[in-house]
Design a protein around this ligand. Structure first.
Ligand code: UDP
Length: 345
């Protein structure tokens, strides 16, 4: 299939681009390179499957409807996987319009470009942040859990989910089938087991990369944000899913989408691990006894979030390969120890 991967030079998008390319699809990466890395494209070009037909790169924004329409037509794109987005919850509170402009507005422009070209499938990177802080009765989180985001990041992602659903309905009414999937991610972690691509955020805010940077001596240590949560060890519980498994779910769903399908899936392993458990696992994997301190809660962190992934498991062939967190951390450690300064290394 001919697939456009927006944000394909970023962390999750690059793993999707690699998987699609190595499974025989033609990939077009669209990325502003504001947060993505050109080195991703260079590295993907070293793959034996990569040539001018199978891998193309366009530096640009989904907001540029004219350019994107032209690109979709030229590359005869059939499916769009839309990863490009800002994803810092704290920043979304201080600059909400940045999130609404990009994560919703620019994504709507992308849909307009899809409407003007031959795209008939759309897979959207949504988030468990659209559920906000579900009460205990909704844990583990099913797709039917009420969506009440508690920050502009979640609001903007939910707004685009709704735009996408409305657009799909319009196309069905017109008799021009358009299928879409909303994939709500939990905590994505780990890196490409081949170490060709990996995680490189600036600033880094996520727990596992921060821990591994501490293990590498690039940070003085790790601070646990809150030890008084109503959880067994007092620290927050999250569902860590390997990036390779996450993107394989995208490919599985893309292949499963029928003409006018609308699918919504939670992508997590279905197992909750606390911050302390992640720290202990990382100490084992790295063999480094890095410094750990206990700090205040980070505003907006719900105590417990983990998925009920039974719908995606029942309705598709998706089987996550990385169910042991030590293995997830090991792939991240392989990347970070080989690239302590990310793609700049
Ligand atoms: N966390 C922490 N110290 C850090 C970074 C994160 O204790 O330096 C905690 C954070 O409060 C949350 C969990 O680790 O409970 C996962 O945070 P992350 O930012 O990786 O993902 P989130 O769940 O916020 O999407």
């Amino acid at each position: 299939m001919n697939v456009l991967v927006t944000g394909g030079a970023g962390y999750i998008g690059s793993h999707a681009a690699k998987l699609l390319l190595t499974s025989g699809h033609n990939v077009t990466i669209l990325d502003t390179l504001e947060l993505g890395h050109e080195q991703v494209v260079t590295n993907l070009r070293t793959l034996p499957q990569a040539n001018e037909q199978t891998l193309a790169f366009c530096k640009g924004s989904t907001a540029d409807r004219e350019t994107v329409t032209k690109l979709l037509r030229e590359r005869e794109v059939e499916c769009v996987m839309h990863f490009a987005a800002y994803a810092l919850v704290g920043e979304s509170v201080t600059d909400p319009l940045k999130y609404h402009r990009n994560n919703t507005g620019a994504a709507v422009e992308l849909l307009e470009a899809c409407d003007a070209s031959g795209v008939s499938k759309f897979i959207f990177s949504s988030t468990c942040a659209t559920y906000g802080e579900p009460s205990e009765e909704f844990i583990p989180i099913k797709e039917s859990t009420p969506q009440h985001p508690i920050n502009p990041y979640g609001n903007a992602k939910l707004a685009f989910e709704k735009a996408l659903m409305d657009f799909r309905t319009k196309r069905e009414i017109e008799g021009r089938p358009f299928a879409c999937a909303m994939l709500r991610y939990f905590n994505v972690a780990g890196s490409d087991p081949d170490v060709l691509i990996g995680e490189d955020h600036d600033p880094e805010t996520h727990l596992i990369p921060i821990i591994l940077q501490a293990a590498l001596g690039k940070r003085p240590g790790v601070t646990i944000f809150g030890t008084d949560y109503p959880t067994p060890d007092g620290t927050c519980i999250r569902d860590y899913v390997h990036v390779q498994d996450l993107v394989s779910a995208h490919a599985t769903v893309m292949n499963a989408l029928g003409d006018c399908d609308l699918r919504t899936y939670n992508l997590g392993i279905g197992k909750g691990l606390s911050v302390r458990e992640i720290i202990e696992a990382a100490k084992q994997v790295t063999g480094v006894d890095f410094k750990v301190s206990e700090g205040e809660r980070r505003p907006g962190d719900p105590p417990t979030l983990y998925a009920d992934p039974s719908r995606v498991r029942a309705e598709t062939d998706w089987v996550p390969q990385f169910t042991d967190v030590n293995e997830i951390i090991r792939t991240a450690w392989d990347w970070f120890s080989a690239h302590p300064d990310g793609y700049a290394s």
